[in-house]
Design a protein around this ligand. Structure first.
Ligand code: ZN
Ligand code: ZN
Length: 332
């Protein structure tokens, strides 16, 4: 294998590692209550939406459109998960799709193992910087660049606010425990979603659909669907593939807060059509059943026979006609 040996400097990651240990100690000190657990679940759901709908489906893949104000709200929500800045996250994720499970993939469990893909690459000095060239379209917004650089501030502000309004126990569960859960649920998409689950589409990577991961991450576990057709805002292609973030985006669309949601056509879902945005990998297309020939008027049929009779042998066949894009599927 030609990859350089992965480097991890633990001393550079004492805050990240210490956060786990500190959370365990704080939970022991604060105790637990139903209210605190409910608040943790609420914060988890809210911030997970910032990661899935914001960091991932909007900033990384541009799979829907929104106003500049709501764009900032999405970035802010995602930033509360302290998974570094929005531009850092999206640029690295785009690279993951370009080179998924290939040599240049930053977090491939297939090439470098589970722990590297789960947390190792985040702790490596090789991937600390934001690749602004990989996210030029979003880096042109000064407010996003500011947020990307000061990604820790919203989290600190949230902690102060929760502590002084709801108290220490809510701080521990709503800000610390929820953050640990958000981290590892997200990291599981980089690790487990390329290792465990079912492959529906024959992509060039090892992405998999995994219902447990989909429930944990509000739809991101349909990862094989996503690598197959990354432009789609909807990752649970089938009605039974629960995709909570997509459902919320549909609701926001009804209120005009987001628009231009890119949905996969039925042909894409059935695997007949590959995507065209280079963020996807084609599957070998199955043999498509021949459509019944349209009825032809006798005069037209005679003309075709006459043309065929004079056409030279070995003439090039007619160019294949590309199927028009099918109508988008509605929210289900
Ligand atoms: Zn993606
Ligand atoms: Zn992936």
């Amino acid at each position: 294998m030609s990859e350089a040996k992965p480097r991890i400097r633990f001393v550079d990651n004492l805050v990240f590692l210490g956060f786990h240990a500190a959370t365990a100690v704080l939970v022991a000190l604060a105790g637990v209550s139903w209210g605190a657990v409910a608040f943790m679940a609420l914060m988890y759901a809210l911030i997970m939406f910032g990661i899935t709908a914001g960091y991932h489906r909007y900033f990384s893949h541009r799979s829907f459109r929104t106003s500049r104000a709501f764009q900032f709200v999405l970035a802010l929500l995602g930033t509360l998960a302290i998974q570094k800045g929005v531009l850092w996250w999206a640029a690295h994720h785009r690279r993951h799709h370009r080179e998924s499970d290939q040599e240049g993939d930053v977090h491939s469990p297939v090439r470098r193992g589970f722990w590297w893909s789960h947390v190792g690459w985040i702790m490596s000095p090789d991937f600390m910087e934001t690749d602004f060239d990989g996210i030029k379209d979003m880096a042109r917004y000064p407010e996003l660049r500011w947020l990307n650089q000061h990604f820790i501030l919203p989290f600190v502000a949230m902690c102060v606010l929760v502590n002084f309004t709801l108290g220490f126990q809510y701080l521990v569960w709503g800000c610390f425990v929820s953050t640990i859960c958000l981290w590892h649920a997200t990291f599981c998409i980089n690790s487990m979603a390329h290792l465990v689950g079912r492959r529906v589409y024959e992509t060039t990577d090892q992405s998999r659909n995994n219902v447990l991961l989909a429930l944990m991450t509000h739809g991101e576990g349909w990862h094989n669907n996503h690598h197959y057709y990354a432009a789609s805002v909807r990752q649970g292609f089938r009605w039974w593939q629960i995709d909570l973030s997509y459902m919320v985006l549909c609701a926001l669309e009804a209120f005009g807060i987001v628009w231009g949601l890119k949905r996969p056509s039925p042909e894409v879902v059935d695997g007949w059509v590959g995507g065209k945005d280079h963020l996807i990998a084609r599957r070998p297309l199955p043999e498509r059943p021949a459509a019944p020939a349209p009825a032809m008027a006798p005069a037209a049929a005679a003309a075709v026979v006459a043309v065929a009779a004079v056409a030279p042998l070995g003439a090039a066949p007619p160019a294949p006609v590309e199927a028009p894009p099918a109508a988008p599927t509605a929210c289900e």
